[in-house]
Design a protein around this ligand. Sequence first.
Ligand SMILES: [Fe+2]
Length: 186
Amino acid sequence: MSLPDRIVEDCLDAVAGGQKAMRQVVARWVSEPMALLAGLGEDAPIGLRTLHRSGELTVLDFVWAPDMTLPPHTHEVPALIGVYAGREDNIFWRRRDGGIEAAGAQTLGPREVATLGRDIIHSVTNPLGMRSRALHVYLGDFFAPPTPRREWDHGKLEEHDWTPDAVRQRFAEAEAREAAMRSQTD
Ligand SMILES: [Fe+2]
């Protein structure tokens, strides 16, 4: 069985145990970050690679471009994030007076896991000038949860619908920036 299939099998086994059981699975997989990086492919393309998607579980391999940010958004399902290369800086937001305000922060390096509740709002930055990698596990359908996902633009913090296409577009733009940087240094 391939390593991605083994990860998915472990996650499927943990679904019934909820977020606590899933955290243990994610923590175990990222506890050997170099092995995970090798098994998932060191040169995997920038973007979200879907290892599994169903109504009860989504498993994604996140490949962040250097210096890249996703603006504040909800998931509408519980989530676990385990970093295995580089870093993810999370800012947590809360709703206030019809908008949102910053409420906390958490930075994750290799072997570190964050547990995110169903209602969490966060923005995420890869602060490094290199790619970062993380396993993202959602206890539901990341792309189409039961209630629609929301997103806020980072400038005016205005709320709108979250769409998978907008996320893919952000990764494509970040990949193009990385390619432009590389061509300057070659
Ligand atoms: Fe997120």
